[in-house]
Design a binder for this molecule. Structure first.
Ligand code: ADP
Length: 449
């Protein structure tokens, strides 16, 4: 072997960094490898929030929540196909995960609403800036503080096992060093999903053939092959999520928080057509059902001011603006008269506190301040719910549900936490909670072996 450590972690997204830090804090010597030239994976792109229940941040805002309610929302969003034991961990550990991140220096004080959540529980930095980029930065800084051996441009190729089927290390390929192996008692796979790999995606769900994706280039699923070759069983692979709001003009993902903070969705006819903060599967299907297979997020300056991320979209040129809805409609090919009526109607619903048209559960603000904005959106492949099967200690299991000794998995590479459909804000929660758990379990395991 080239190097000898206790735990090797594959993938430098939120799950991988969390695992590396918690393994280190539990006494393990680790190497963290990343095949791409940049850290952070898709985690860095996450913009919505980190779901957590009954946190100090929620209490400070008088938001009543509970792990039980988060559990219920998550199961319902996943069409009850989630692994209940994993969802139980996700919801009951969520507050501890927020505290763990804030303890390391993260700011998660803003709490917003995401689709499928009964209450505001999406935690993000003050002002609503991108949660993923912030958390990855905090994780990276903390990894540096711990002198964690991070190797970029290094791909995990194959899990190596001894004659008894126990993990003994990992074969890797460095861009400059070539192939070598790292001796380790435990390997944590935190390699993310495969939404960027349309060939793989469309084989599993032909409806998604040719769809663009919101993901980073490395999200092609080679980690799943590593898991399978090591004997890991895959589950729920057919469940692939389209994010409903990818900007048609710029190809950038527009966070669900724009709707959560008050934007409405209208079609070219100028009409609303869906509860804007329903789950992603339903919102995506509804948008594809409209003329031109796209729709428009409409909002005003009060929504813009509530979320700093929106200024980024404006800067990218994907959110045209006008001082009246008629003008905006003319610019974007939306029926301006109908749009004006729709917004007026929506504002009366906001005033009454109840959306009798589409049962939208939150009505944060009327749309009548300053300029109006329109972002044309269409669904893009966003998240792959399926992946390698794990138990409640993040141990990878084979098809007979037997543990592969020394092999762990966390984050989007795993299946089960999100069932058939992931709720916005649950990915960050998943990767921090299960990454941390996998790191701790892998460190404990290596001490015994
Ligand atoms: P999660 O959200 O589950 O943490 P991310 O997508 O954020 O997942 O991160 C996964 C990371 O793993 C990405 O940076 C990706 O480039 C990296 N990765 C994927 N496959 C491999 C591999 N075989 N070897 C090393 N790194 C990998």
């Amino acid at each position: 072997p080239h190097d000898t450590v206790d735990v090797v972690i594959v993938g430098s997204g939120g799950a991988g960094f969390s695992a590396a830090i918690s393994a280190t804090d539990n006494g393990a010597k680790v190497i963290l490898i990343e095949k791409e030239p940049v850290i952070g994976g898709n985690a860095k792109l996450a913009a919505g929030g980190m779901n957590a229940a009954w946190t100090d941040q929620q209490k400070a805002k008088d938001i009543k929540d509970s792990p039980e309610l988060m559990y219920k929302d998550t199961m319902k969003g996943g069409r009850d196909l989630n692994d209940p034991a994993l969802v139980e961990i996700l919801s009951s550990h969520s507050k501890a995960s927020v505290d763990w991140m804030t303890g390391m220096g993260a700011d998660l004080n803003d709490v917003g609403r995401m689709g499928g959540a009964s209450v505001n529980r999406a935690h993000r930095p003050t002002g609503g800036a991108g949660v993923g980029a912030h958390l990855v930065q905090v994780l990276y800084d903390n990894a540096v503080k711990r002198n964690i051996d991070l190797r970029m441009n290094t791909r995990g190729i194959e899990v190596l096992k001894d004659d008894n089927g126990k993990v003994k290390g990992l074969l890797v390929k460095g861009m400059y060093k070539g192939y070598y192996w790292v001796k380790a008692d435990a390997v944590v796979l935190a390699t993310g999903g495969f939404a960027k790999n349309n060939e793989r995606v469309s084989k599993l769900d032909p409806k998604l053939k040719g769809f663009i994706s919101t993901n980073q280039p490395g999200a092609v699923g080679d980690g799943l092959d590593v898991a399978e070759n090591a004997g890991g069983a895959l589950k729920d692979m057919q469940y692939i999520q389209a994010h409903p709001t990818l900007s048609v003009k710029g190809g950038v993902m527009v966070t669900e928080a724009v709707r959560g903070n008050g934007a409405i969705l209208v079609n070219r006819e100028g009409k609303r057509f869906v509860n804007e903060i329903t789950t992603r599967d339903k919102a995506s299907a509804a948008i594809l059902g409209q003329t031109g297979k796209s729709a428009f997020l409409i909002f005003d300056d009060s929504v813009r001011k509530s979320l700093s991320k929106i200024d980024k979209y404006i800067g990218l040129g994907v959110a045209p603006t006008a001082d009246s809805l008629v003008k905006l409609g003319k610019m974007e090919g939306i029926d301006g008269k109908a749009l004006t009526e729709t917004v007026a109607r929506y504002n009366t619903l906001v005033a009454s506190g109840k959306d009798t048209d589409f049962e939208r559960p939150n009505l944060p603000r009327a749309l009548n301040e300053g300029n109006y904005y329109a972002i044309e959106v269409t669904p893009g492949v966003h998240h792959t719910m399926g992946g390698v099967m794990i138990d409640t200690k993040a141990e990878v299991m084979n098809a007979k549900k037997q543990v592969i000794p020394g092999l762990y998995g966390a984050g989007e590479v795993t299946g089960g936490v999100h069932g058939a459909n992931r709720l916005g804000g649950n990915a960050i929660s998943d990767i921090i909670t299960f990454g941390r758990l996998a790191g701790e379990e892998a460190a404990k395991y290596s001490k015994k072996n």
